[in-house]
Structures are given as structure tokens and as C-alpha cells.
Design a binder for this molecule. Structure first.
Ligand code: ATP
Ligand code: MP5
Length: 267
């Protein structure tokens, strides 16, 4: 069985972070593993607390996995502190990790800082160069390149600028625009658009985590980035279309809709 590792924060409410990643890996038939960087207390309405693990504990978790199990792909999500970012980069180089997907998580949908402002530079200089593909949303791309993004053409410009920072490929996600949900991939040579209709729902907690872990699962299974992003976009669109009105705020997406449908388990 193919394996995928997520290095990210825990979301106790299950919609984003490690929990979303592991559900996505399972739904893709990939064996999921996790290195937890931080514990968050959050729900569909907001984040109330974050506690980072020590860099040593993060390092020990990575070591435990890589010294024992073959890792086919790695996703990096929320990492809020400079010293944890540096530890992850050193370890992934040491163990020659393949198929690294970096989701540069900065602010939660509810507006809470998940990346310490002083750690932004470390994320750019230590994690982006390790990435097979980096997947910023529009506000994250704006922070990384220091320009305002209002149109798909702006997303393309940002993708080209981010590519110069070292990742092999860049996917700028268009969830924050208002028309169709258009994501822009730049592979160093050409731009590809992945478009779906915009689904009218507030239940989009964890969409970015889910998309990046679906890409990771697909890379683990041997897909190239273009194929991996195409399938992941279909997966997230279905998961948003059938998203769950759980909680009082932004509800989570539905990871297992397609599987339940195939198994005839839906009412
Ligand atoms: N309302 C929507 N309808 C259809 N697709 C959407 C919608 N919102 C987001 N998407 C898609 O979901 C994926 C994730 O993009 P988004 O920009 O929401 O990421 P994000 O802001 O990092 O998510 P999060 O921070 O919630 O994890 C992209 O493929 C985007 O196009
Ligand atoms: C642990 C963790 N990782 C990532 C997100 C981003 O997801 P969202 O923007 O939907 O809040 C989050 N809220 N929590």
C-alpha cells in the first residue's frame, strides 16, 4: 500500500488540519501517517487557542517514521514557529523526502493567525524550495509576493513570482475570488487552469487542507502533479457540494460522499 505523511496542526473539530488530511488519505486508499506540529482548540466558529509542540518532539516524530517506513509523499500544513519550520526542513532533506506538497497555512478562515508573523520568512526560505508543489490561497500568495491579487491574471503573475522562490510547481487557489472557483497551476513552463463552478455554501472549513492532501495522496500513488491536481480538484468540489452543516459557523467538507455513494450507503 502507498503511504502519505501529513506534518500539520491538529483541529479538534475535525474539519481542517491533521484530521482532514487523514480522512482525505483514507478516501484515496493511501495509508496515512501524521507528525503533529501544534494542537489547536477550534471549531466551526473560530480558533480559541494554539499550543505548539517542541521542535525536538516534531523532529522525533519525523525520525520515528522515516527510520522505519517508506514514505511515498509528504504534505506540510500548519507550522507556526520558525524553529519548527527549520527542524522540518532539515529532517526532510536528511531523509530525502519525495513528493513534498507545501500548503503555506497562515490565517484560519475565521481570521486567527496560524503562522507567527515573524516566521513568514522562514516558511518562504526553508519550506518553499523543498516543494514539488506549493498551494497558497489568494491571501497567502499576496503575503508571499507582496502584491494585491484581484483577478485570474494577478493569480498567474503571483504563480510566476512564487516559482522563482524555489518550488517546482505553484498552484494558486481561487477560493477567495467571487466568480467560478479557478485554481492556477504554473509548472515552470506553462499555466494550466482548473475550473469548477462556485458552490454557494458557507461550509468550506478545511478546503485548502483537503485539496493539498488529495494532491499528496495522488502523488503517493504515482500521479504527476497535473493529474494529481485534476483529481484533487474534482474531489474537493464533490466534498464542498455535499459539505456538512455541522456546528454554528463554517461547517466541514464531506470526504466520504463519493465512497458512500458507490457503496449505496446514502439515504
Ligand atoms: N465555494 C466554492 N465552490 C467551489 N470550489 C471552492 C469554493 N471555495 C473554495 N473552493 C475550492 O476549494 C479549494 C481550496 O481553495 P481555498 O481558496 O478555499 O483554500 P484555502 O483558503 O486555503 O482553504 P482553507 O484555509 O479553508 O483550508 C480550491 O480548489 C478552490 O477553488
Ligand atoms: C490546524 C489547522 N490547519 C489549517 C487550518 C486552515 O483551515 P481554515 O482556513 O479552513 O480554517 C486550520 N483552521 N487549522
Amino acid at each position: 500500500m502507498k503511504t502519505a505523511l501529513t506534518i500539520a496542526g491538529s483541529d479538534c473539530s475535525g474539519g481542517a488540519g491533521i484530521q482532514a488530511d487523514l480522512k482525505t488519505f483514507s478516501a484515496h486508499g493511501v495509508f496515512g501517517m501524521s507528525v503533529i506540529t501544534a494542537i489547536t482548540a477550534q471549531n466551526t466558529q473560530g480558533v480559541s487557542a494554539v499550543e505548539n509542540l517542541s521542535a525536538e518532539m516534531v523532529s522525533k516524530q519525523i525520525e520515528a517514521i522515516f527510520t522505519d517506513i517508506e514514505v511515498d509523499a509528504v504534505k506540510i500544513g500548519m507550522v507556526s514557529e520558525t524553529k519548527i519550520i527549520k527542524t522540518i526542513a532539515e529532517n526532510l532533506k536528511k531523509y530525502q523526502a519525495q513528493n513534498v506538497v507545501v500548503d503555506p497555512v497562515m490565517i484560519s478562515k475565521s481570521g486567527f493567525d496560524l503562522l507567527q508573523p515573524e516566521a513568514k520568512e522562514a516558511l518562504i526560505s526553508h519550506l518553499l524550495p523543498l516543494a514539488e508543489v506549493v498551494t497558497p490561497n489568494i491571501p497567502e500568495a499576496e503575503v508571499i509576493v507582496g502584491m494585491k491579487i484581484d483577478t485570474v491574471e494577478d493569480m498567474e503573475k503571483a504563480a510566476l513570482l512564487i516559482h522563482k522562490m524555489g518550488p517546482k510547481k505553484v498552484l494558486v487557489k481561487g477560493g477567495h475570488l467571487t466568480e467560478d472557483a479557478i485554481d492556477v497551476l504554473y509548472d515552470g513552463k506553462k499555466i494550466t487552469h482548473y475550473t469548477s463552478e462556485r458552490i454557494n455554501t458557507k461550509n468550506t472549513h478545511g478546503t485548502g487542507c483537503t485539496l493539498s492532501s488529495a494532491i499528496t495522496a495522488n502523488l503517493a500513488k504515482g500521479a504527476n502533479v497535473e493529474e494529481g491536481v485534476r483529481e484533487a480538484k474534482e474531489y474537493i468540489t464533490t466534498a464542498i457540494r455535499h459539505s456538512l452543516a455541522l456546528g454554528k459557523g463554517y461547517g466541514p467538507t464531506n470526504h466520504f460522499y463519493s465512497l458512500y455513494q458507490k457503496a449505496g450507503m446514502l439515504d
